[in-house]
Design a protein around this ligand. Structure first.
Ligand code: KG4
Ligand code: ZN
Length: 342
């Protein structure tokens, strides 16, 4: 088939993204990938505020589209199709993106395709590393945690996932209760470097339960309890206490994810690789553990560059390309789906 030039839009959480991508036959080149974060807008509230996010997406989408086109050197008239995140995510943000995409598709008279945000993450290793199907994907972000066996561009099999918090959410909560800045992942990782991971006896939730489900909320509560005990005993926590708690928490998360990853890999035949995506995959301790798990299973470990691991529109454009090539296309009745399991 002739290569298609797609404009992708992403607005399901707290990043507004637009990207231009060109490709065919499951291969593509990213011509531009613009992401405008909203972290500063939400910082004072200690979490993403849906109303503020929706308004910011609506205000920012036009700008990021202009920037993405300019950076790619492609005029609007050079766009062959529009791909947009249609869910899952915060309804206001998803709606902003879907409405913008409909306007563009209608104005240009080009096809529109709604993409599942999780499919965008899950297909990224094909875009970045040309990984062949089927592969195992561990998606670990602030909002998601699941193991997916990816059999094809629209064929996902969920093997397990968190039954409560996502790991990024747990990193963020632990940072908050230890007085560290948001986003919590990078702050906890930095503190953990000077800490002793063995000092506190923190739980490894669900390790004794068969299957690939995970849980992180009890671990976060255990950190809270350990902190409160220190405060009760000595009137506060020292720098060293804080570093040790961070190191212990991070080690527990890495242990749990490593054990469950090994289990997920062992249960599947014919895999070509083990891939990760999501902001938590930036964690070096975790990455090293998962790399080791992949090596023990005799499989290549695929970790896309960080900018493509976290929320972005290039992955949405790529999933849209795959969908269009598989013959799937939407029309102006496309709706936003805040809940949309793969
Ligand atoms: O994928 P992402 O950018 O956004 C979504 O959640 O969709 O992931 C953000 C999450 C935050 O919870 C952040 O604390 C976590 O990823 N994170 C990390 C690290 N960097 C970001 N967690 C652990 N270690 C890190 N180095
Ligand atoms: Zn995401």
């Amino acid at each position: 088939p002739a290569p298609l030039t797609l404009l992708g839009l992403e607005s399901s959480c707290d990043d507004t993204g637009a990207a231009v991508l060109r490709g065919a036959d499951g291969r593509a080149e990213i011509l531009s990938n613009v992401v405008a974060g909203q972290a500063d807008l939400h910082a004072a509230f200690g979490g993403v505020v849906p109303e503020i996010a929706a308004r910011a997406h609506a205000e920012t989408l036009d700008h990021v589209v202009e920037q993405a086109l300019a950076a790619a050197g492609v005029p609007l008239s050079g766009i062959d199709a529009i791909a947009v995140t249609a869910g899952p995510g915060l309804i206001g943000g998803v709606l902003s993106g879907v409405m913008a995409a409909k306007g563009l598709a209608m104005g240009l008279g080009v096809p529109l395709v709604g993409v599942n945000h999780l499919a965008g993450h899950a297909l990224t290793p094909v875009l970045t590393d040309g990984v062949a199907f089927p592969y195992l994907m561990l998606l670990v972000s602030g909002g998601h945690c699941q193991f997916l066996r990816v059999d094809g561009p629209e064929a996902f099999h969920r093997l397990g996932g968190t039954i409560d918090d996502a790991p990024g959410e747990a990193f963020d909560k632990v940072a908050r209760l230890l007085g560290l800045p948001q986003p919590g992942g990078p702050s906890v990782e930095t503190e953990a470097r000077r800490g002793d991971p063995a000092r506190f006896d923190l739980p490894r939730p669900l390790l004794d339960r068969p299957g690939c489900d995970l849980s992180f909320s009890g671990l976060k509560t255990a950190v809270l309890r350990a902190r409160d005990e220190l405060v009760a005993a000595q009137g506060g926590i020292t720098e060293q206490d804080r570093a040790d708690l961070c190191a212990g928490f991070q080690a527990a998360v890495a242990d749990v994810l490593a054990v469950k990853s090994a289990r997920a890999l062992a249960g599947q035949a014919g895999l070509t690789g083990f891939a990760v995506a999501g902001g938590v995959a930036a964690n070096k301790t975790l990455r090293a553990r998962l790399e080791q798990v992949a090596a023990e299973a005799g499989l290549p470990f695929v970790a896309p560059p960080l900018a493509l691991c976290t929320d972005n529109a290039a992955m949405i454009a790529f999933a849209g390309l795959m969908a269009l090539e598989a013959g799937r296309v939407d029309d102006l009745t496309l709706s936003a789906r805040p809940r949309w399991p793969l």
